[in-house]
Structure formats: structure tokens, C-alpha cells
Design a protein around this ligand. Structure first.
Ligand code: AMP
Length: 592
């Protein structure tokens, strides 16, 4: 490491960087220790005893006796804890809170049990990120610079048994003022604003504070890329009010929370006509390309997850930010923090995460031998035994009561950091379109949509967002893709200038990049009808997000569902009521 790179690193930072070296070097030993500790600590819990475990259980007996489970199998145990049964059901420590998972990628919400000491232990996960960024951006003044980090809290509630339920991010923000290592540290918005559970007021004021301090902002971030796109759209619609508030040191009357208003006033200490002029000049052009770097000229990078279903937003992020580097720094979930990207400035299409061996005991279910009943479990492999290029479903065992719990995430081994494997995120396992056993998964669908996106790009249109469903109301059934498009040239008011044939070609381009089973079913067996693209009005996917928020989802964790099913009829109705036009593939896909 050169002295230049070390410029901003204090002793704690250096320790955090060294810590990753140490734990990845000893990944196998640490994994053994973690499992031993989990089993000895929880030897008395009902769940493990029911499966025949006791205090002397070793790892191979554990693997023999404990079945693989999904959340559904744990639900009855979790329900008892939630209802107030305080015996040691899953975990010997009393459960102090539940984390509520997003449940927006096509599944239901989950309640993940947690206790205080375990969560504090896991927070070491984040201590690596800031030192690594200090190394990579030595030209940022890390003492003064602030992050414009968009985060949102959801209202908390208590279960019948009195246990608090909240999102993991609400928890993180409640403690962030005491935690220097948190990635959200040194934020332009005080925690009071982030913790305001009215997302409109919170977002407006986060933008207000971020714009007011525009010269010190070194990065713009959110947990997921989709949230940033939502924020940028909000800016497009609210810049006039924001500029007025900054010019006159007022706050729009729509912001009714007195604590939020007070917090804003502590940041916006005097009128700032220069920033107000900048906003009016730049946003007044009505051209959104590069708006982020125009308003925050010192921003050096964007920080958001852009892997998995989020990769869809990379072109739009590039558009709004004039291709600022995108840092997709971690992979985590309500169940467990999982992996860190140790090469944060890599190409966003090539992001890998190193699994952090102290977070949980990890096992890997080779993707070709998945058994939904969890019966065949001997052939799972340990963290240090995974094979380069192979795909696995991640299975975790945690201190807080998840044993051989299948995450539903499929990951691929891309390399190793010392003994710890690096993984790329491939897809959610249960997201699939299926009409004739062709099983188009999330990754295959995304690749095909990208292909369609390339066709549209030549005609000046970019896909803002998409979702799909397999319409089997007619026989044969067919794939329906709902697309929202944005036009690069804002002088064009609508899509009429693009000939129908372009959309039809686009349908075919998508079909041509779907898997062979799909193409055979379409072209040879003719048991799938032509693929259909349905264009929806601008703003439809914002409405879809709002629908999810009204039903309890959080903006921070929200993910557009990529494949809809019949239980999501309310979403399909919303999309249909915003329909602009539709197009079908006019040819058969090729079979090469
Ligand atoms: P939640 O518990 O609601 O925060 O959702 C966690 C899920 O989000 C994970 O199981 C993944 O499916 C997805 N996820 C989280 N981080 C990433 C990432 N870096 N890349 C892709 N997907 C992610």
C-alpha cells in the first residue's frame, strides 16, 4: 500500500482492512468454530433437540440430522415466539426483535428472529467498507466530506407477545449516531429525517439537506439502485419547491412533521441563493442526463447494489450521473450479512462478493441437485470446498436460530480471496416464468430484456423498469412483458415516432435470447404463443412501488417483482389500467 493510499487511514481503519485478510485466510477454521459455538450455545433449544441433537453433537451429526428448510417450515416456530412463548424454541438467547424482510421480490414478508448481542457482533461486517473507500479515493477530504445517503424507515410494531418488528435498516439508523463504522456515517441528513416514517416527507427533506450542502457531497447512495432511480424521479418533479425552500430558508407546507422541520432548519441555517440558482438553471433545462454531477459536482461515486435484479437500473444510473463509478459494496439480507465486494471500483457487471466467514455457518447446495423437500442433504459443500464456476444455493446456520436455512439466492463462484470464495449473485431461485416446462429464470429473463433494451436504445428509448407474467388465460399461453420506457430526447412527447415494427422486432430479439426450451416450445412444438410487450405510461412503476409501500414494504428494501403470479392480480390490474400500447412477436425464434 502506498503512503498516498494510507493518507486517511487511522489505526482502526488499518485493523479493519487487516481483519479481512485474517478471516479470509483462516476461513475454514473460522467456519468450524462458528458452527461449534452455535451448536454448543443452542444445544438446549427445542428445534435442535427435536431433531435429536445434544451438547455433544459434532458437525457431521448436525448435517445428518438437521433438514434443509425454507422459511415456511420455520413459520410455526416463529409464530410461537411472536405470540409470546419465551421458551428456548429456536435460540437459547431471548429474541429481542424481529427483522422484517422486504418480501417484494415475489414472496411474502418474513419475520427473522434476532437478539441484541448477536446483531452487535454482526456489525463488524461494515467496518471494512469506509477504510477501503478511503484507500481508493485519497483525494476526498474524508474529514469534511458527507454522503447523500437515501434511507427510509418504516413504522415499527409489536407482535402479540410484545416483540418489536422493524426493518433491519430502521434498526441500523436508530443506532447509527453511535456507530462510526456504519456506511451511512457522516450523512447530509440527520437521523431524525431518515427515521420519519412518512416516506414523502423524509425523501423531500433528505433531498433538501443534500442539495443545501451540495459542495461537500462526495457520494450519492441508497441500499438498492431502484431507490436511487425513485429519488431521481422525485427530484425531477420537486426541484421547483426545493429551490424555493433553499432560496428563502423555508420548508414546503407539505412537510408537516414538526421534528423533521426542526431538523431541517438545523442544517439549512441561512438562505442559499447560489444553490437555488444552480438547481433552477440545471433542472430548468428539463434535461436529466448527468443531473447528479451537475447538482453535486464533487460527487465521486454512486453507492448502491446493482447486482441481481438491480442490474436493470445500471443504464439509467449512468444516464443520471454521467457515468460516475458505481460501487455495489455488499450483499446482505435480513437473515444475515453475507458478502463484501473487495474490489469496489470493478465494472458493475463484474461484481463479486467475498463471503465473510464470521457472519454465519455457510453451506452450499449445488444447483443441479436442489431438493425442495430438503431430503438429500449429504452432498452440500462447505465454504472452502466450493468449485470455481459452479452455482449453488446459499444455506445458512446462524446464532439467532436459523439452522440449514435455504436463502433462495443462487450464487456462482468467481474466485477466492485467500480461502474464502467470491460469488457473483445469479438470481432468486423461485422467480421463474413457466408455461411448458421451459422455466425461464430471473437471470435468463434479465438477459433477454437487455437484448430488447438494445433494440429500443437505437431508437432513443431506455427501459425504466419491467415486470412479466406468464399469461395462461388462453391456450397456448404466452409471455407478457410490461415495460415503462423513457425517451432520451425529451422533445418527443410520446413513442409514436417509433414504428410498430421496431417493437415487434424487439419481441423477437427477446424470444431469440430466451433459453432453448422456450424457443423449441415456441417454434417447434408451438405450445407457447408469441411474446407480447405491453408499454405502460410513464410513472406506472412508481405507482407499483407505492402500492407495495401501502401494503407495508419499505422503500429502502423495495425490489420490483420481476415475475408476477396469479396471487398478484392487484399489480396486474394496476399495470393494465396504465396500458399505452401492445405488440407481439411476428416471427418464430431461431433454434440455433
Ligand atoms: P431483504 O431481507 O428484504 O433485505 O432482502 C434480501 C435479499 O435481497 C437477498 O436474499 C437477495 O435476494 C437480495 N439482495 C441483497 N443484496 C443483494 C446484492 N448485493 N445483489 C443482489 N441481490 C441482493
Amino acid at each position: 500500500m502506498s503512503n498516498f493510499e494510507e493518507k486517511w487511514l487511522d489505526e482502526k481503519d488499518k485493523e479493519a482492512l487487516q481483519y479481512i485478510e485474517d478471516i479470509t485466510t483462516k476461513a475454514d477454521e473460522i467456519q468450524r468454530q462458528i458452527l461449534n459455538e452455535i451448536l454448543s450455545k443452542n444445544a438446549n433449544v427445542e428445534y435442535l433437540q427435536k431433531h435429536g441433537l445434544d451438547a455433544s453433537t459434532d458437525s457431521s451429526t448436525f448435517k445428518k440430522l438437521i433438514p434443509l428448510v425454507y422459511y415456511q417450515q420455520l413459520r410455526p416456530y416463529i409464530a410461537r415466539i411472536a405470540d409470546g412463548d419465551d421458551s428456548s424454541i429456536l435460540c437459547s438467547n431471548p429474541i429481542t426483535e424481529f427483522f422484517k424482510s422486504s418480501g417484494t421480490s415475489g414472496e411474502e414478508h418474513k419475520l427473522i428472529p434476532m437478539y441484541e448481542q448477536e446483531f452487535v457482533r454482526r456489525l463488524s461486517f461494515f467496518s471494512y467498507i469506509t477504510p477501503r473507500m478511503k484507500q481508493l479515493f485519497p483525494n476526498i477530504n474524508w474529514h469534511k466530506a458527507k454522503g447523500l445517503n437515501f434511507h427510509f424507515a418504516k413504522p415499527e410494531f409489536k407482535t402479540k407477545g410484545g416483540i418489536v418488528v422493524r426493518s433491519i435498516f430502521t434498526n441500523l439508523h436508530k443506532r447509527s449516531s453511535n456507530l462510526r463504522s456504519m456506511p451511512s456515517g457522516n450523512n447530509t441528513s440527520p437521523d431524525d429525517i431518515i427515521l420519519c416514517t412518512d416516506s414523502y416527507q423524509s425523501l423531500y427533506c433528505q433531498l433538501l439537506c443534500g442539495l443545501y450542502q451540495n459542495d461537500v457531497v462526495f457520494r450519492v447512495s441508497a441500499l438498492f439502485a431502484s431507490t436511487l432511480i425513485h429519488v431521481f424521479k422525485f427530484l425531477e418533479n420537486h426541484w421547483i419547491d426545493l429551490a424555493t425552500d433553499i432560496r428563502t430558508r423555508t420548508i414546503n407546507p407539505k412537510i408537516t412533521s414538526s421534528s423533521v422541520r426542526e431538523s431541517v432548519m438545523k442544517i439549512v441555517v441561512k438562505p442559499n441563493p447560489e444553490v437555488a440558482d444552480l438547481i433552477e438553471n440545471e433542472c430548468g433545462k428539463g434535461r436529466w442526463e448527468g443531473i447528479i454531477t451537475r447538482l453535486w459536482p464533487n460527487a465521486k461515486y454512486i453507492n448502491a447494489v446493482v447486482t441481481g435484479s438491480m442490474s436493470q437500473y445500471i443504464p439509467l444510473l449512468n444516464y443520471y450521473t454521467n457515468n460516475l463509478p458505481i460501487v455495489s459494496d455488499h450483499y446482505g439480507s435480513s437473515e444475515c450479512f453475507l458478502g463484501l465486494n473487495l474490489d469496489p471500483l470493478c465494472n458493475p457487471d463484474e461484481v463479486s462478493y467475498t463471503l465473510i466467514p464470521t457472519m454465519a455457518y455457510f453451506e452450499f447446495l449445488p444447483i443441479d441437485m436442489l431438493n425442495p423437500k430438503g431430503e438429500v442433504n449429504q452432498r452440500l459443500v462447505d465454504l472452502v470446498d466450493v468449485k470455481l464456476g459452479h452455482e449453488y444455493e446459499l444455506v445458512i446456520t446462524t446464532f439467532a436460530g436459523l439452522y440449514r436455512y435455504c436463502m433462495g439466492d443462487v450464487v456462482r463462484v468467481t474466485g477466492f480471496k485467500n480461502k474464502a470464495p467470491n460469488f457473483s449473485f445469479v438470481r432468486r431461485k423461485n422467480v421463474v416464468l413457466n408455461i411448458s416446462n421451459e422455466k425461464t429464470d430471473e437471470a435468463g429473463l434479465h438477459k433477454a430484456v437487455e437484448e430488447g433494451g438494445r433494440v429500443m436504445k437505437q431508437f432513443g428509448a431506455t427501459i425504466v423498469d419491467y415486470t412479466t407474467y406468464a399469461d395462461i388465460s388462453t391456450i397456448p399461453g404466452h409471455y407478457v412483458l410490461y415495460w415503462e420506457l423513457t425517451l432520451d430526447d425529451l422533445k418527443e412527447q410520446n413513442l409514436n415516432y417509433i414504428p410498430c415494427s421496431v417493437f415487434e422486432d424487439c419481441c423477437l430479439a427477446i424470444e431469440n435470447s430466451l433459453n432453448l426450451l422456450y424457443r423449441l416450445a415456441r417454434s417447434h412444438e408451438k405450445c407457447i404463443n408469441p411474446l407480447e410487450i405491453k408499454i405502460v405510461k410513464a410513472g406506472t412503476f412508481e405507482k407499483l412501488m407505492q402500492l407495495a409501500l401501502n401494503r407495508g414494504a419499505s422503500i429502502t428494501q423495495y425490489k420490483t417483482p420481476r415475475c408476477l403470479n396469479s396471487s398478484q392480480i392487484h399489480i396486474i390490474q394496476l399495470l393494465e389500467s396504465n396500458l399505452v400500447s401492445n405488440y407481439f412477436s411476428k416471427n418464430y425464434p431461431n433454434l440455433e
